[in-house]
Ligand binder design. Sequence first.
Ligand code: PEP
Length: 255
Amino acid sequence: MRNIVAGNWKSNHLMGDAREWMNGMASRLSQRGAVEIMVAPPAPYLAMLASEAPVGVSVIAQNVSAHGEGAYTGEFTAAMLRSCGVAGALVGHSERRAMFGDTDEAVAAKVDALVGAGLQAVFCCGETLQEREAGRAEDVVLRQLQSGVLRLGADVLDQLVVAYEPVWAIGTGRTATSAQAQEMHAAIRGWLGEAWGIEAASQVPILYGGSCKASNAAELFHQADINGGLIGGASLQPEDFWGVVEGHPAKRTEA
Ligand code: PEP
């Protein structure tokens, strides 16, 4: 099983900050144990950071085009990411779904583009507060998974990471309790198992995201079906991000 802590900087940090972050990470990496570290910087820095990142940090994009090469001004393709040494991309983040028109169909096309290029797809899913309060959280997450990833062949599962991010917990300081998160992660694991069999499904990392930080990471990451985290605000400073990595049991046991 892969254990992953991934940072999503969103639209934060200038180039100098990005380089400092990498330096801050480089000095800590020998202590990472069996934790894989990913970071999703803003697009302008991807090629540079991918070539400069220390061994042990995978650089991924926050987005990718749903299209191939061609007349799509402002877009960048999965093949372009690959040619720059970028390892993959986030897809279906709730901010892109809510603000930039990423429909289930567009998200599915982006997943296909990444998988087709041999890259990692970090597939984000999660319900809004309204959906949770209406008792529809599982229906919503299942629908997102069905259109986004459950249709993939079992042969590409090593390119898939699922991130459950309840929208009401993202950037709000309101974290899902470890029991709430584990409940949804177990449901997700079950749906992956129905699609590909229990054995294969158990190899797909399922990350939790939503106001995860050093103070709550350990409790979340100790849940049976939580294999790590996708971290927004607490990924911006190396010391905060490292505090989250420290909460991962795979860091403690194998460092
Ligand atoms: C995110 O945007 O993926 C996220 C989890 O943000 P935050 O940690 O700031 O809630």
